[in-house]
Design a binder for this molecule. Structure first.
Ligand SMILES: Cc1cc2nc3c(=O)[nH]c(=O)nc-3n(C[C@H](O)[C@H](O)[C@H](O)COP(=O)(O)OP(=O)(O)OC[C@H]3O[C@@H](n4cnc5c(N)ncnc54)[C@H](O)[C@@H]3O)c2cc1C
Length: 436
C-alpha cells in the first residue's frame, strides 16, 4: 500500500478518530486517511452487556456539538432508521450503549477515508514527513492524529493468574465464561464492576454460587451528574483548566474523580434493589458480599481456586476471599503506544513522563512546527477529566479539524460559562482563526 502524500493520518478508529473523520469529511483541502486494525468498527464489544447504558447524553455524539447539520449525527441515524418519533416517545433517561454502539457502527459505514483491517506497526519521521508503516505497506503524511485508546490495567499480583479463570472485565463477552455454580470475585468498584456484578447476579453466565464484590473506594460511590458538576465537561471550563499550573491540575483531577468514574445512580439503585430481593424475598438467601474499602494486594492459587488477600482500609485488618473465577474491573491506563517508539524520545514530557499537549491537542515535540502530532485521549492530566469521555469529542475534533485546515471551518468559540471560575474572565471569543 502506497499512495498520495497525505495531509494527515489517523491511527485508530474508535469514537474519537471516527468523530474527526466525520468532521473532516466535508472539508476541502485536507487529505486524510484513518487506519484501524479491527476488521470493522466495534465499540468495546467485550462489555456490551444487555441494558448497559451510556453515561452521556446522546446529543454528545460524533458531530452535533460542532456541526448539528452533519449527516453523521445521532438524530440523522434515528431518522434514517425510522425510529425518531418512537425514540422521543420512549423518553429514555439514558440510552443503551448497544444503541449508541450501533449508531457509531452506522456512521463508520458512511464516513469516508476509514481503512479497517489495517494495523499500524511503526511510525517514524524522516525529516520531511511521518512514515506510517502498516501491515499493508507504508504511507507518508505531514500530520498524525493518534487515537489508539487506553490500555486495560491488570494489577501485577493478578498477572500470573490471567487466563480463562481470571481476566479483565473488557474480555467478558468474548470469553463468555460458564459460571454456573462458581464462586466469583469482582475486583473494582466503578461502573464496569457494577455492570459485571449485575450481569452475573442476573444469571447471564449461569447461576453463580456466590459473588464477592471488592472496591478500593470507601463505598460504592455515585457518578455526580448534577448540573454544576457537568460544567467540567464544557469547552469553557476546559480553557480555564488548561491555564492552571500542573500541580493544581493534578489535585483537581483527583478531586473530580466521581464526576467521571463513579457508578451511575440508576445502576446503584438496580444493585441495591437486587440485594434487597435476594436478602429478603428469595428462598436462596444471600449469596452476595459487597466489600468496599478493601485493597486487593495479593493472589495465590488454592487448588483449582484463587485466594485474594485484602487489606481492609476501614479496620486495618488483613482479610481474604476465595474464588474460582476472578473478574478484574480495574480500569484502564493511558500510555503512548509502542508504535511511536522511533519518535517517542522527541516528545516533550511532564515530570511523570506524560506527553505535554497544547490547547489544540498537539504534542509538543522537537520536530518542525508544521509537522504535528495530535493526541486524542492522552490528556486527562493536561485537559481535565473530560478528555477520555465522549462529552467533548465533537468539539475536540473540531479544534483539530480547524487546526489541520488552517482556518475556521467550525466555530469552536466556547460560550462564557455560567460560573465565574476566575475573576477577570469576560465572555470572549477563542478561535485562532476568527476574522479580524
Ligand atoms: C465499557 C466502556 C464504556 C464507556 N462508556 C462511556 C460513556 O458512556 N460515556 C463516555 O463519555 N465515555 C465512555 N467511555 C469512555 C470512552 O468514551 C471510550 O473509552 C472511547 O471508546 C474512547 O475512544 P478512543 O477512540 O480513544 O479509543 P477506543 O475506543 O479504544 O479505540 C481505539 C481504536 O484504536 C485501534 N488501534 C489501536 N492500536 C492500533 C494500531 N496500532 N493500528 C491500528 N489500530 C489501532 C483499536 O483497534 C481501536 O479500535 C467508556 C469506556 C468503556 C471502556
Amino acid at each position: 500500500m502506497t499512495g498520495e502524500h497525505l495531509d494527515a493520518i489517523g491511527v485508530g478508529v474508535g469514537p474519537f478518530n471516527l468523530s474527526l473523520a466525520a468532521l473532516l469529511a466535508p472539508v476541502e483541502g485536507v487529505a486524510a486517511q484513518f487506519f484501524d486494525r479491527r476488521p470493522g468498527f466495534d465499540w468495546h464489544p467485550g462489555l456490551l452487556l444487555p441494558d448497559a447504558r451510556l453515561q452521556t447524553s446522546f446529543l454528545k455524539d460524533l458531530v452535533t456539538a460542532a456541526d448539528p447539520r452533519s449527516p453523521y449525527s445521532f438524530l440523522s441515524y434515528l431518522v434514517e432508521k425510522r425510529r425518531f418519533y418512537e425514540f422521543l416517545n420512549a423518553d429514555f433517561q439514558a440510552i443503551t450503549r448497544a444503541e449508541f454502539a450501533d449508531y457509531l457502527a452506522w456512521a463508520a459505514a458512511r464516513v469516508p477515508a476509514l481503512n479497517f483491517g489495517t494495523e499500524v506497526r511503526e511510525i517514524d519521521f524522516d525529516g520531511e514527513a511521518f512514515e506510517v508503516r502498516t501491515d499493508r505497506g507504508r504511507r507518508l503524511a505531514d500530520n498524525l492524529v493518534v487515537a489508539t485508546g487506553q490500555q486495560r490495567y491488570r494489577p501485577a499480583w493478578a498477572e500470573p493468574f490471567c487466563g480463562a479463570r481470571c481476566f479483565h472485565g473488557a474480555e467478558l463477552l468474548q470469553r463468555n465464561p460458564d459460571a454456573a455454580g462458581a464462586t466469583l470475585a469482582i475486583i473494582g468498584g466503578g461502573q464496569t464492576g457494577a455492570e459485571v456484578f449485575l450481569a452475573f447476579a442476573r444469571g447471564l453466565f449461569g447461576r453463580v454460587r456466590s459473588i464477592t464484590w471488592i472496591s478500593q473506594r470507601p463505598n460504592f460511590e455515585p457518578l455526580d451528574e448534577t448540573h454544576f458538576t457537568n460544567e467540567y465537561f464544557t469547552p469553557g471550563y476546559q480553557r480555564v483548566f488548561l491555564d492552571l499550573p500542573p500541580e493544581r491540575r493534578r489535585e483537581i483531577v483527583e478531586a473530580q474523580r466521581l464526576a467521571s468514574d463513579g457508578i451511575s445512580p440508576d445502576t446503584l439503585a438496580e444493585v441495591y434493589q437486587l440485594l434487597y430481593r435476594e436478602r429478603h424475598l428469595s428462598q436462596a438467601g444471600a449469596r452476595y458480599r459487597l466489600c468496599p474499602d478493601r485493597e486487593a494486594v495479593a493472589m495465590e492459587g488454592v487448588g483449582a481456586a484463587m485466594k485474594v488477600t485484602l487489606r481492609n482500609q476501614l479496620t486495618g485488618e488483613a482479610e481474604a476471599c476465595q474464588a474460582d473465577l476472578v473478574l478484574l474491573c480495574t480500569g484502564y491506563r493511558s500510555e503512548l503506544p509502542e508504535i511511536l517508539a522511533p519518535i517517542a524520545r522527541r516528545l516533550r514530557r511532564d515530570d511523570e513522563g506524560r506527553p505535554e499537549l497544547d490547547a489544540c491537542y498537539r504534542a509538543l515535540w522537537d520536530g518542525p512546527a508544521g509537522k504535528r502530532i495530535y493526541l486524542q485521549n492522552f490528556g486527562r492530566h493536561s485537559h481535565g477529566i473530560a478528555d477520555p469521555q465522549l462529552s467533548l469529542m465533537a468539539w475536540r475534533s473540531a479544534v483539530i479539524a480547524n487546526d489541520l485546515a488552517g482556518r475556521q471551518v467550525y466555530d469552536i468559540a466556547p460560550c462564557a460559562p455560567p460560573i465565574t471560575w476566575r475573576s477577570g474572565d469576560a465572555p470572549r471569543r477563542e478561535s485562532r482563526f476568527e476574522a479580524a
